[in-house]
Design a protein around this ligand. Structure first.
Ligand code: 5GP
Ligand code: ZN
Length: 113
């Protein structure tokens, strides 16, 4: 499949890995919008939030558990941070493999970062 994040997960395209387990991969965004900007993705290819179902949604709660852990490890848990998923072109989604942005390290505005 011609998917950028599937290629990052498989290692075909390099990335700065922050965390990995059997179902989740996390790496630094190539164009950070905040001092801490990590992308957390399911290893299973889901195109967007529109693909989340009762059968596959366990990985989403796991992603939020990983986000909270990474926020602590990256030192943004106390000051505050944001977890965002853009679903569809009108929301600004540019990579159609489900991902959650973890943003922090500055006072965040009303836009994504
Ligand atoms: P979206 O706009 O779909 O919500 O977010 C896609 C994110 O992927 C953007 O923040 C963009 O900077 C990031 N991105 C795009 N291509 C690459 C890449 O090759 N490597 C990494 N690490 N991030 C990427
Ligand atoms: Zn993919």
């Amino acid at each position: 499949m011609d998917c950028l994040f599937c290629k990052i997960i498989s290692g075909e395209i390099p990335s700065k890995k922050v965390y990995e387990d059997e179902s989740v991969y996390a790496f630094y965004d190539i164009n950070p919008m905040a001092p801490v900007h990590v992308l957390i993705v399911p290893k299973q290819h889901l195109s967007s939030m529109n693909d989340i179902t009762a059968e596959n949604s366990a990985v989403v709660s796991h992603i939020f558990e990983v986000a909270a852990q990474l926020a602590r490890e990256l030192g943004i848990a106390e000051d505050g941070y944001r977890v965002v998923s853009n679903c569809g072109a009108a929301a600004g989604q540019t990579v159609f493999h489900l991902h959650f942005h973890l943003l922090g390290g500055k006072k965040l505005g009303l836009n994504m970062a």
